[in-house]
Design a protein around this ligand. Structure first.
Ligand code: UDP
Ligand code: MG
Length: 333
């Protein structure tokens, strides 16, 4: 028995971090995918696999289903409520101790092939630290991809690091990178930005996500909009700068217009019709003012939530497999 555990210790370890929220329907299929992945990883790369699933406050019995379907070494971290995927990923990374960490969705949209391809890249190239899957967005509409382009070019202007387009959480990284990421304790998390901020040598692999096996995406249009705003308020001052610039331009226009009126009255005796121009000025400036206030509010809100210094998430309990390392016997706590 001792010999066996020593053997296990000398093998490189891969942690698979997968958050789930109301995915009970795909639990057994995902567990099966993890089994196949584990087998391939251990035969191709000789790595031991530990699975870290994060129950992001599911309202169905996903955790129960998973604990029945999973095999090998695993743990399920159950959060006290739904914190959102970005936070759930952090909760998983916090548990990870492996030499490499793979982050993937549990809705079967992230394929085993791409996962293996990414792991192979890391194994074969010691000079690369992170390999991420880049969604080639074949399914997205033209309008949506143009919007995404605009978003990334805005957020990446005047920045020392670039947030790559269409790069999500689906990625493999070395343990050092995972640990670096867990040291970033932003409460309002925009993972794409955090991954980029942390740096390291990153490489992209193109992929197109599978269709969802069951259920629906948790991202509505409104969610996406809020998320983009999150990206800006955590990683960019550009919106503030644009607004102050347009404020200055408006003020300049006001001065010029004032000068014109002044000269017309003084030298040509033209009585300037006041009402329309007043309305234009009032509405324009009022609108600008409100927009700016709202925007500043967003930044203040981020500052407020960071300064409250609450923990990023709260763990309800952790359910472990019988022989997951460090915790012999099914355990909770
Ligand atoms: N997810 C989560 N918490 C949430 C929403 C989603 O943990 O609040 C999980 C979800 O179960 C899935 C992954 O995050 O495994 C991606 O979610 P989804 O499929 O809704 O996003 P999409 O694939 O459309 O980007
Ligand atoms: Mg999905």
């Amino acid at each position: 028995m001792k010999g066996l555990s020593q053997m296990a210790e000398s093998r490189q370890k891969l942690d698979i971090v997968a958050p789930f929220f109301n995915e009970a329907q795909s639990a057994s299929a995902f567990a099966a995918l993890l089994d196949r992945l584990e087998e391939a990883v251990s035969s191709r790369f000789g790595m031991a696999v530990h699975k870290i699933l994060v129950d992001d406050g599911s309202r169905d019995d996903g955790a129960g289903r998973f604990s029945q379907a999973l095999s090998g070494s695993w743990e399920i971290v159950r959060l006290s409520r739904n914190f959102g995927k970005e936070v759930a990923v952090l909760a998983g990374l916090d548990q990870s101790r492996g030499d490499m960490v793979l982050i993937m969705d549990s809705d079967l949209q992230h394929s085993m092939d791409i996962s293996l391809q990414m792991i192979a890249e890391l194994v074969e190239h010691p000079d690369i630290d992170v390999v991420y899957a880049q969604n080639d967005r074949r399914e997205a509409s033209w309008r949506r991809s143009q919007l995404a382009k605009l978003f990334y070019s805005l957020i990446n202007s005047s920045q020392r690091f670039d947030i790559p387009e269409n790069a999500g959480d689906f990625r493999v990284m070395r343990g050092t990178v995972a640990r670096a990421l867990t040291s970033l304790r932003d409460k309002r998390r925009f993972n794409k930005g955090l991954f980029a901020w942390a740096g390291f040598r990153q490489k992209a692999i193109p992929y197109s996500p599978e269709n969802r096996a069951s259920g629906t995406s948790k991202w509505s249009r409104l969610n996406l909009l809020a998320f983009s705003l999150e990206g800006f308020t955590s990683f960019s001052v550009i919106p503030l700068r644009i607004i102050s610039l347009s404020g200055m331009l408006a003020a300049l226009a006001g001065v010029l217009y004032g000068a014109k009126v002044f000269f017309e009255v003084m030298f040509y005796g033209i009585a300037v019709p006041g009402y329309p121009s007043l309305m234009v000025a009032v509405v324009l400036l009022g609108g600008l003012n409100l927009t700016l206030l709202g925007l500043i509010g967003e930044y203040v809100w981020v500052t407020l939530s960071e300064s409250k210094d609450r923990p990023v998430y709260i763990v309800r309990d952790v359910v472990r497999s019988d022989f997951s390392d460090g915790a012999p016997g099914a355990s909770r706590g």
